[in-house]
Design a protein around this ligand. Structure first.
Ligand SMILES: O=C(O)CCC(=O)C(=O)O
Ligand SMILES: [Fe+2]
Length: 376
């Protein structure tokens, strides 16, 4: 966005992030996960402490303070969690070690994260060594800055965190997620027909996309996602589904979001079965190069004879969303969302992604990175 007004004043502490600013998303190694996705921690308060190295006395003291606060119950992964960022290989466990739930360590040995957040900056004078300026950020459940402080003053951030309301009330009152809930998209007979197709063919365990070594490839991890999908092969059924989306869903997306959807990805009947713990944990739908074109995700339930199997949007609080059979929940593919575990029965759904002509160009580009033939 271009703007002719002056840039905001520099904050007093080392961070260039001011209250209200969204922070960069990143992947970094923890001891438990070589590619921990920071964007997936949204939905709770987050304390992100750039320590640099615990060989700095102030950073060592901040680490101690985080550990004490965790023991006192401040960091539990539900209301809040904390992350220390170290660039120092000498901080390997046990010097700095994860204490789950609540406290984890990012191993930022290439300094990519520290650089992105301005904790590690090139020297002002050429020839001098770059400087690491340890500081901490307190983030809201949408991963926007609430407060910042040099690590020596981390106590002030911990006190501020302790005084905050539950995450769902961080903006003062509970707000619904910016999603569209739309009943009556598919008729009961049409829903029944799609379930019949699934039952006639069965489904195959479906993965999720991840970028690995520059390619977007499907991954199977039953801890993250458990669902079987049948890809609808019958062109007449695809056309009938498309017709209903164009007639009943596309105009409502235009009304609510000023977006003209012209393309559909994915004609599937998905099945989350309580018998194998069907679920899909918190994720966003457009975070890989092969999926960057996706604009709106659509969840249309085909039945209602199940317990659990709700959608929720952690960045916007704990409210659950469950479209009636034949009804849709439509949401931006960049929102964090989760399909909760089906506790009883079987949930059938059809789950298209919508995009437009501009995004079709992005998809064409993205095909180069797909590690599998792209679906029509
Ligand atoms: O089960 C749902 O309604 C959502 C599925 C989902 O998030 C996905 O397939 O990416
Ligand atoms: Fe999704």
């Amino acid at each position: 966005m271009s703007d002719t007004s002056a840039s905001p004043p520099r904050p007093a502490s080392a961070t260039r992030f001011l209250p209200g600013d969204p922070v960069p998303m990143f992947h970094a190694a923890t001891d438990g996960n070589p590619r921990y996705a920071f964007d997936s921690v949204a939905g709770r308060y987050v304390l992100l402490a750039f320590l640099g190295s615990s060989s700095h006395p102030a950073s060592a003291a901040a680490w101690e303070a985080l550990g004490r606060a965790r023991v006192e119950g401040l960091f539990d992964d539900a209301r809040a969690c904390a992350y220390a960022v170290t660039a120092d290989p000498a901080d390997a466990a046990p010097r700095l070690a994860d204490a789950v739930p609540g406290l984890r360590v990012f191993r930022d040995h290439d300094l990519a994260v520290s650089r992105a957040f301005g904790a590690y900056a090139a020297p002002a004078v050429e020839g001098e060594k770059p400087v690491y300026s340890p500081f901490a950020l307190l983030l809201d459940p949408m991963l926007r800055v609430l407060a910042h402080a040099p690590v020596a003053e981390i106590g002030a951030l911990l006190a501020a965190l302790a005084a905050l309301p539950p995450p769902a009330l961080h903006s003062g009152a509970e707000v619904p997620a910016p999603v569209l809930v739309l009943p009556r998209v598919l008729e009961p007979d049409f829903c029944r027909g799609l379930i019949d197709i699934y039952e006639a063919h069965g489904g195959t365990e479906s993965g999720f996309m991840r970028d690995v070594d520059g390619r977007t490839v499907p991954q199977i991890d039953s801890g993250h996602k458990r669902r079987k999908d049948h890809v609808i092969a019958d062109e007449a059924v695809r056309a009938a589904l498309r017709e209903r989306l164009v007639r009943r869903l596309v105009p409502e997306i235009r009304r609510s979001f000023q977006f003209q959807a012209t393309r559909i990805e994915r004609y599937i009947v998905a099945c989350y079965d309580a018998a194998d713990g069907g679920h899909f944990r918190a994720h966003r739908d457009n975070t890989t190069r092969g999926t960057a074109h996706r604009r709106f995700a659509v969840s249309i339930n085909l039945n209602d004879s199940f317990e659990g199997g709700d959608l929720w949007f952690p960045e916007f609080g704990p409210r659950l969303y469950r479209p009636p059979p034949g009804g849709a929940v439509v949401f931006s593919c960049s929102l964090l969302h989760e399909a909760t575990r089906v506790r009883e029965g079987v949930r059938f759904a059809t789950l298209p992604f919508l995009y437009d002509e501009a995004a079709a160009k992005v998809r064409e580009e993205g095909r180069r990175f797909l590690g599998l033939p792209a679906e029509a």
